[in-house]
Design a protein. Structure first.
Length: 183
């Protein structure tokens, strides 16, 4: 009986080791790449939106126009009037160029609806790199617009566009916080 128990234990151990080697042959190493920019808007005052990313990119932004510090979803945030003159300018940086892939994650809420907001020029750009690379724009009535470009300014790929007649979400409400992730 003692011999059988040792034999079964040895067989089970051998099988576990074999399964371990088989599972290791299919393992994939995922490179941990730090973000190139993180703007938490923790400052709450002043004209600089500090880049809190781990890297050495220092992609700090400067508030332009009538951008106001307000209470945000978590701590402080920024309020934009919707005018093209209100934005955060981040100097051109190679680190912010889209190469193979990119993910943008943000919290937002809209405070007022715009009439006839389905016109291209009436969107509020949330983040973008000129018209030559990428952009996310919001229309306060409930539409989201994204696009990407090859970087040459000769054409772009519409990522998402929902018309104002068919909202992104029937439950979209003014003054409510929403989370958006775009990859």
């Amino acid at each position: 009986m003692k011999f059988e128990t040792k034999r079964i234990t040895a067989i089970l151990t051998a099988l576990m080791v074999a399964f371990l080697f088989v599972s290791l042959t299919h393992a994939k190493v995922v490179e941990n790449v730090p973000p190139v920019g993180v703007w938490l808007f923790e400052e709450g005052k002043g004209t600089v939106a500090k880049d809190s990313s781990e890297g050495l990119n220092k992609n700090d932004g400067t508030l332009k126009g009538a951008v106001k510090w307000v209470k945000g979803k978590f701590g402080s945030g920024l309020e934009f009037s919707g005018k093209a003159t209100d934005y955060v300018e981040i100097p051109n940086s190679e680190s912010l160029g889209m190469t193979e892939q990119m993910t943008v994650v943000l919290w937002f809420k809209t405070a007022k609806a715009m009439a006839e907001a389905d016109k291209w020029a009436q969107r509020q750009v949330v983040i973008g790199k000129h018209y030559t690379e990428y952009e996310i724009g919001l229309y306060p009535l409930g539409s989201i617009h994204t696009y990407t470009n090859k970087g040459d300014g000769k054409g772009y790929d519409e990522g998402i566009y929902a018309s104002m007649k068919g909202k992104v979400d029937d439950d979209w409400k003014l003054g409510t916080w929403y989370h958006l992730a775009w990859t």
